[in-house]
Design a protein around this ligand. Sequence first.
Ligand code: GTP
Length: 904
Amino acid sequence: MHPQVEPAETAQTSETAERSRLDALDKYRILDSEPEARFDDICRLAALVCAAPTAFIGFVAEHREWFKARSGWHIDEINRTDSICNDVIASNDIAITIIEDTLLDPRYCDKALVIGTPFIRFYAGAPIRTREAHAIGVLCVIDKVPRTLSAEQSAVLGMLARQIEALLELRRNIVELEAVIAERDDVQGLLLQAHGDIEATLAELRRSVEATYYLMHTKANATIDGIQLSQYFDTDFPGIFFIINAQGCLAGWNKRVEEVTGYSHDEVQHRRAIDFFDTDELKAVVQGKIETAFEEGSADFEANLMTRSGVKIPYYLASARVEIEGQPYLSGMGIDISATYRSEEAFELRNRAMQACQNAVIITDLNSRVEYVNPAFETMTGYANADILGRNCSVLQRDDTEQPELDNLRQAVRAQTEGSAVLRNYRKNGELFWNVVHIAPVRNHAGIVMHFVGVLNDVTEMKLYEGQLEHRANFDALTHLANRNLLRDRLRQAIIHAQRHKKIVTVGFVDLDNFKLINDRHGHHAGDEVLRTVADRLKACIRAQDTVARYGGDEFAFVLTEQAGEDNVAFLMQRLLRAIALPFMVGQQTMKVSCSIGISLYPRDGLDSDTLLRLADVAMYRAKESGRNTFQFYTSQVNQKVLDRITLETRLRHALENNEFQVEYEPLFNLKSGLIVGAESRLIWTPTDSKAVEPAEFLALAEQTGLIVPIGEWMIHRACLDNKALQKNGLRPIRVGVKIFDSQFNSAGLRKVIDHAITMSGMDARYLELDVTETLLMQNPDASITLLAELKECGLQLTADDVGKGYSSLAYLPRFGLDRLTIAASLVNDIGGDPEQARVARSVISLGHSLNLIVMAEGVRSAEQLAYLKANDCDEIKGELVGPALPFDQLSILLQQDQRVGMA
Ligand SMILES: Nc1nc2c(ncn2[C@@H]2O[C@H](COP(=O)(O)OP(=O)(O)OP(=O)(O)O)[C@@H](O)[C@H]2O)c(=O)[nH]1
C-alpha cells in the first residue's frame, strides 16, 4: 500500500475518465446543434408530467453546460461551475438525483441559479448516458418551491431520459455511418478500377495471342520451347504471360513469371502449369481448366499461385488455344488481384456495419433516390431492398406529404447539412408509424457530397404512451374534464385572445354544497358518481369551445369567452344552478346536489389567470355564505369578508399547535340529590394575539374546513385526562360529557380516538359520555345505529342531544342504545312562556322514561323552569341558574366542596 501516491493516482484516473467522457460527448455532435422538435417535445412532457414550471436537457461540456432544449427557461448555456447537473454527471449515478430544497443543501444554497434567476428551489435530474455508460447530460425539472416527485413522476422522467439516449444513438449512428459510407464509396472506386484491370488483361490476352501467331510465323526457325518471351514483348503489362504446351508444361513465359514465382529460368522450363498451385484439389481444378481451354478454345479463373517460398498470391488467369506449327498450345496471361480481394473484403465489412445497425439505415443519392437500405429498415417498413431501390424515399410518406417537419429534411438536403424530423410514415402494408429521422450528407475523400444517409427510429409506441401521459396530465381521470393544468393554460390563451380583440373572459368557480355528506352517507363510490353527473351537466350547459374543468375534490371551474355582459352570465348561471340541482339516480337511490358559484371577469376584476381564479374562488365563498345553491359575482366587499374568513381559518389552523384551546366544564346536577353528577365540556379558543373567539364563530368554520376532527380529538383527550385528574385527587367520580361534531361522527376512526383517550388517561370508560345531536343521528339512522353500537362496546355512555327540536325519531330512538336524552334548550327556554312547548318538554321526559333513559334539561335559567322540570320528573339539569361553565381548577374546587344545590 502506498497511501501517499493514491490521491495523485485518483486525480489522474478521474482526469482520464473525464477526458473519455468528453470524447464520448463529442461523438454525438450534439453541442451547439440546432433545436430539434423531438427534444423539445420530451422537455415539455417532462415539465407537464412532473407539474414543474421548467424543464431542460443540458449537456455538460468541458467548461459549460449547454442546453439542447428548454421549457419555461430561456438561457442557452451556463458556466460549468454554476451547474447543478455537473454534480449529477460527476456522481455517475444511474438513479435520478432529487434535491427537495436547494436552500437546505450546503452544496447548492449559494449557487447563482439558486439565489438568482431562475431561483431553483427544487431540482430533479435524470442522467443521460452513452452506450459506454458515460454520463454526458441530464434531463431536469426544476421548481421555485421546495417539493419532491412521486414515484410515477420519477419513473416517467427516467423513461424520458432513455428516449433522449435513443435519439442520441441515432446521431451517433449517423456519425459512424458517414465514415463507413465514405470508405465504402472509396473501396467501390478501387473495385471498379480492379474490374477495369481485368478487362484490360483480357484485351491484352487477345493481343498476345495475335502476337504469338505473328512471332511464330515470321521467325520461321524459332523454337518456342524454353524461351523467355519478354524479348518479344516489349510491353508495360504488369502481369505474367506464358505458353503451355499440350503436355501442360510451360513452353514460353515472360520475365515476370520468374519474378513473381521466385523460380529460375531453368526451374520454370518444362515445369507443369499445375505445379504452380498448392493442393491436389486445386491442381485438379487447374488441370480441368487447361483441358477446357484446349477443348473449347479458352478458359479463365481465379486461383492462388504458390511461389517458391510458399507464399500464395491471388491471380486472375485467362488462356486461349493457339496453333503453332500445327501444334496446339495455350497462350495465357494473369494479373495479381490481391488488391481487388482486399477491396472486396473491405466493402463487405462496411456493408456488414450497416447491416448490423439496430436502427434502420437508408442511403440515397442527391435526388433522394434510395441506393441502399439495411435489414432493420426492411423489418421496420416492410419494404425489402428490391421494393425500394431506385425509388424516391418520399414513398414512405405516401400522400401525407404536407407534414411541416418534412421541410426540415428538404432544407437539410438543399443546404447539404444535417437535419432531423419526427414524421408520420407508412409501412408497406399501409400502417402508420412514427419515425424520428436523422439525416446527414456523406462526402467523399475530395469533400464532395455523394450521398445522404438517414437513420430512422420507430417511436410509435412511445408517441402513444406520451399521448396518454399528456392526456393524464391535462385531464381528470374520474370525470374526463380538463384538469386545473389545462384550465390555467386555456385561461391564459383566452386572456391573450381577449386582450387582442377587446373581449371579456368569464371565470367561474363551482363548489358542490355539503358534498361531504353524500360521501359519508352513501359512500365514496356514490360520491364519484355524483361528481361524474355534475361534470356531464356542466358540460351540457357550456358551449363546446369553452372550457369546463374539475379543479379538484368537489370543485369545478370554467372559462367562458365571447359572453356579452354580466346579464348573460347571470342568466347562464341560473340555468347552471337549475341543471345541477335536478334529481338523479345513483344505483337505486334518488339524489340531489346543489352548488355555489363564484364569478370573476377579465379585465374588470383582474388581468392574469391566477388573480381571476383566486377572485372567482373568493366570490364562491361568498355564495356559500349567502346560503349556498346560488352564484355571486366578485366585488371588493366580497373580498373583505372572505379575507376575514381566510385570516380566521389560517389562525384556526395554528391554534392546536400553539396550544390556544382550553376546555371549560359546565356542571350537571341530579334534580333529586342536588349533587353534581357530571360536567359538560366546552371548547374555548383564545388566540395568542387576540381576545377569545366565540364558539359560534369558529366551530362552524372548523366544521367547514374539517379542522374539527383533530380539534375534537384533542377535546376528548383533554376531557378524559381532566376527569381522571379529579378522580386521582380523591374526588367523587362524575361523568364528563363531550359533544361529537358532525364531521367527527362521520369520520372513520372515532372509535380508535376514544379507545386511545381512555387508555391514555386511565379513566374508566363509563365516566365518558358522548353527546350526539338527534339531528345528526337521524341523518342516516341505520349507519348511526351501527356506529353507536360500536362505540358502546368501549363501555361509555351515550346521550342524544336537543331532543324535541324537530325530528320525530320515535321508531329509531330505542335502537340507538342511548343512556340519556337532553331536552332541547329552546324547549326549556319556553317553559313558563309557551305552554305548548312546555308540554312538548314534558312529553320528551315521558318518552325518555318510557325508554328507560335518564332525561336531562339544559339551559335552565329560571326557578319556574326548574320547578316545572322537577314536577315532571326530569332527572338532571344544567344551566346558568345552577352554575356556569368553569375552568378545570374551579370545577375541582366545586367538587371538593361537593355542595348540594338547593332544588326546592
Ligand atoms: N367521492 C369523492 N369524494 C371526494 C373526491 N375528492 C374529494 N372528495 C371529498 O369531497 C369533499 C369536499 O368537501 P368540502 O367541499 O370541503 O365540503 P362540503 O361538504 O362540500 O361543504 P361545502 O363546500 O362547505 O358546501 C371531502 O369530503 C372530500 O373527501 C373524489 O374524487 N371522490
